[in-house]
Design a protein. Structure first.
Ligand code: HEM
Ligand code: HEM
Length: 380
């Protein structure tokens, strides 16, 4: 047993990492760390939480006040969720920027895309649980949106709600999902990490041979980098929780549900703001629904679109296009916070188009070229 442990440890420490790996390569490890933190704080809160419309709000605020450090555990869970999403977006950005999905890494990317989708479901089901003004009205808006999805919308909504409106069954279903999904996600994370070890890592200078071929052991240099980043992230989360525990929580999160008064400033968590902005711009119309589904599924299809031969111009502009696409996503998020005006509506439509252009433009160009070749090259 000790022998096997030693061999595994040796193999882990001798994992080869590109010599030019920068700080962005430490995000994967920090993600795993914050994820475990979420599971631990989540389980501690679930012990006292009561998934019923009458008691949910009270049980959370009772835990906040009556249990020693209850407020800290809750703040850690809320700030941890924000940190997790921030790191996740950075990790995806790094993967796209360095084309870490290329070659034989499609399965690795696919596991990442599944994790990304599950994480959105975990975040959304979690936000229902506080059963406050914000959580109730965001749930009403999102489930109305699901209702307008063609064909399956009504069925999907009734499954989520467990009735015709947001009610007690909705809360219980969200609680069950919120507790089970992190463990399903954990299975995918383990598969993801195994695949990283099997497939190895992409060099940030992959296009500059022979530098790209230089690799080194992950231990000691990179392990130290990983630990430093984790400590910094932990420090920032703690400072936020201690100095301003309410920075991430919406003020409406402290008001119990009022089923008859819709607040004027309903706003989702910051990490869902780009989607919220799309909803505000297009409404529940088919364009809005298609845009959100396209944005959600875009991460998964990138390797299939960018893995094939593209024209030189498109390949040359790739990194610039990646950066501007992420900027357009950030702008969309910022606009989700702004008052809805004609200008904001136009700007957010432009951002959606730019974002979708990154993913689907190569596909359109390829189909176009294929059509031209079909027309111009005569059959033998
Ligand atoms: C909680 C979720 C996740 C965890 C814990 C995680 C963990 C890791 C770790 C530890 C690495 C190796 C170190 C590094 O490059 O940072 C890695 C690499 C990678 N991850 Fe993730 N990851 C997660 C989510 C995702 C998502 C959502 C995607 C993409 C959709 C993704 C795609 C990748 C890719 C492509 C690599 C290989 C990078 C390369 O070749 O350089 N991961 N991940
Ligand atoms: C990746 C893992 C997780 C994420 C991203 C996450 C995220 C969230 C979010 C965003 C909230 C809403 C907080 C609020 O607005 O008040 C929440 C609440 C909650 N979560 Fe999690 N969670 C995770 C894992 C877990 C686990 C594993 C459990 C329990 C088994 C759990 C139990 C709870 C409970 C009981 C609440 C309600 C308390 C409250 O609203 O403050 N969570 N979670």
């Amino acid at each position: 047993m000790i022998g096997t442990n030693k061999t595994v440890m040796n193999r882990l420490l001798k994992f080869q990492i590109p010599k030019h790996a920068n700080w962005l390569y430490t995000i994967g490890f920090s993600l795993a760390f914050v994820f475990i933190l979420q599971i631990v704080s989540g389980i501690s809160m679930a012990i006292h939480y009561k998934p019923s419309t009458r008691l949910a709000f009270l049980s959370i605020h009772r835990t906040d006040r009556l249990f020693r450090y209850g407020w800290l555990v809750r703040s850690l869970h809320v700030c941890g969720s924000s940190a997790l999403h921030l790191l996740l977006y950075l990790h995806i950005f790094k993967g796209i920027y360095y084309k870490a999905y290329s070659g034989s890494k499609k399965t690795l990317w696919l596991t990442g895309s599944i994790i990304h989708l599950i994480m959105i479901l975990i975040g959304f089901s979690g936000s229902v649980l506080s059963w406050s003004q914000i959580s109730y009205w965001v749930t009403v808006i999102v489930t109305n949106f699901i209702d307008s999805i063609p064909i399956i919308g009504k069925f999907l909504r009734s499954i989520l709600l467990g009735g015709h409106t947001v009610c007690d069954s909705t809360l219980r279903r969200s609680f069950v999902c919120h507790c089970i999904l992190p463990f399903i996600c954990l299975i995918f994370i383990i598969i993801h990490l195994l695949l990283v070890h099997i497939k190895g890592q992409t060099s940030p200078v992959a296009n500059r041979l022979p530098i790209s071929r230089s690799f080194e052991d992950v231990y000691p240099n990179f392990v130290v980098k990983d630990i430093i980043v984790c400590i910094v992230i932990m420090f920032v989360i703690y400072v936020l929780c201690l100095i301003c525990p309410n920075i991430i929580l919406n003020k409406l999160g402290y008001i119990p549900v009022d089923y008859y008064t819709t607040p004027t400033d309903v706003e989702s968590e910051w990490y869902f703001l780009p989607y919220y902005s799309v909803l505000k711009t297009f409404g529940l119309k088919i364009t809005g629904i298609i845009s959100i589904i396209a944005i959600l599924s875009s991460v998964a299809v990138i390797p299939y679109i960018y893995n094939t031969k593209l024209s030189n111009t498109l390949t040359g502009m790739y990194r610039l296009h990646t950066i501007t696409t992420f900027i357009s996503l950030i702008l969309l998020g910022l606009m989700g916070k702004c008052k809805y005006t004609k200008f904001i509506s136009k700007l957010s439509k432009a951002c959606v188009l730019w974002y979708l252009g990154f993913v689907f433009l190569p596909l359109i160009i390829k189909s176009f070229c294929y059509l031209i070749s079909l027309i111009l090259i005569p059959k033998c």
